[in-house]
Design a protein around this ligand. Structure first.
Ligand code: PLP
Length: 364
């Protein structure tokens, strides 16, 4: 048995999401690239590779990881490439997508032998949180000026438009794609490919997958472009838990269970986006589940379990794959969670454990 804390990836659930991606690809003709900034746990790539077309990245290291550990089609994007990294980036990439006309013009010559693209910012999005809203005022993410876009056309074969964020509303997606068709159609029809980015929550329960597929196919046929999707969260949603143990139980006006993990170190997005973990709420035994760092607000959330907790009890913190494992850190020197995969036959296979040596080597 692996000691807690550890992230536990469920292979059967991961394959459920992967089959939806495959269904969407087959019906729509779109290609699906895993967005590594959301999930880069390469120990799971063997499970994912057969259902997806490759990876997309936001930096040189992600790009290299995608090339080396996932393979297949490898897209490179970065908000800004440096002179020092551009040659190496181009050596890994099948396509390179620049964030601005300036970057495109600066590096287009070097990237002549691969496909080049530009990020297009349609100036609307589905994000409700300005920290993560690519259409926020003065956004630096992509070009929207039609003159600049026309200027880029001779240098590119496609555009990337990332404007959705956990969007589970197909009708909204449909309307916004129509706006893109109207506003940018004359540009798109001169291109070979369009990436519509990530953020479409199409693996969620009840999502009208076939309607999405048909809409993507219609878009692709209307403009004669290859469509790409870059699912991050949708690829791995609901596949992984963070397994922790109760170390202490206090009653400071509320039952508080302290576990051998930490929001800031192991589930940082709960703090950044002011969310709480999705614990069961129906049982009779209520606890606040809190982390073991000295951060006063290190709280995973409120839970109501069917049975009382005891010291040593195991707690599963749901939905711990996306934007979670990629952000883990050594705050407070808390033991970094191991990584394990629950295989389809139920056996749990550890894929990585961390030790004091890893903590030591993370600083000097
Ligand atoms: C973040 C991001 C993605 C993945 O977004 P999800 O919401 O995780 O699907 C895809 N493409 C780009 C350009 C991104 O910045």
């Amino acid at each position: 048995m692996i000691p807690t804390p550890f992230y536990l990836i469920d292979e059967a659930r991961l394959r459920d999401n992967m089959r939806k991606i495959e269904q969407l690809r087959q019906r729509s003709g779109a290609k699906a690239l895993l967005a590594l900034k959301c999930f880069a746990t390469w120990g799971a790539f063997d499970i994912m590779r057969d259902y997806m077309d490759g990876t997309t990245s936001s930096s040189l290291f992600e790009l290299r990881l995608g090339r080396e550990k996932f393979g297949e089609e490898t897209h490179a994007y970065s908000v800004a490439w440096s002179d020092q990294e551009i040659d190496e980036a181009i050596s890994y990439a099948d396509k390179i997508i620049f964030n601005s006309l300036t970057q495109l013009e600066r590096f287009a010559d070097k990237a002549q032998h691969i496909e080049r693209g530009l990020r297009l910012n349609p100036r609307f999005s589905t994000s409700g949180f300005d920290l993560a809203d690519p259409a926020r005022p003065f956004s630096r993410l992509g070009e929207w000026n039609l003159d600049r876009l026309h200027h880029a056309l001779p240098l590119i074969s496609g555009v990337m438009i990332h404007y959705n964020c956990e969007n589970s509303d197909f009708d909204l997606f449909d309307q916004q794609l129509s706006r893109i068709e109207t506003d940018f159609g004359p540009i798109i029809e001169r291109l070979k490919w369009v990436s519509l980015g990530g953020g479409i929550h199409f693996t969620g329960e009840g999502y009208p997958l076939d309607r999405l597929a048909d809409r993507l196919k219609a878009f692709s046929e209307r403009f004669s472009v290859q469509v790409f999707l870059e699912p991050g969260e949708a690829s791995i949603t609901q596949t992984t838990t963070l397994e922790v143990s109760v170390l202490d139980i206090l009653d400071n006006g509320k039952q508080i269970a302290i576990v051998d993990s930490s929001t800031e170190a192991h589930m940082l997005d709960l703090l950044i986006y002011r969310e709480t973990a999705k614990f069961p709420q129906s049982g009779a035994h209520r606890y606040q589940i809190a982390g073991k760092t000295c951060l006063a607000g290190d709280i995973f959330g409120e839970a109501a379990f069917d049975a009382p907790l005891e010291i040593g009890s195991r707690v599963s913190i749901p939905d711990a794959a996306g934007y979670t494992m990629v952000k883990k850190n050594w705050f407070n020197g808390v033991n970094m969670p191991a990584i394990a995969i629950r295989q389809q036959d139920g056996t749990i296979r550890p894929v990585r454990e961390f030790t004091y040596e890893d903590y030591l080597s993370s600083l000097s």
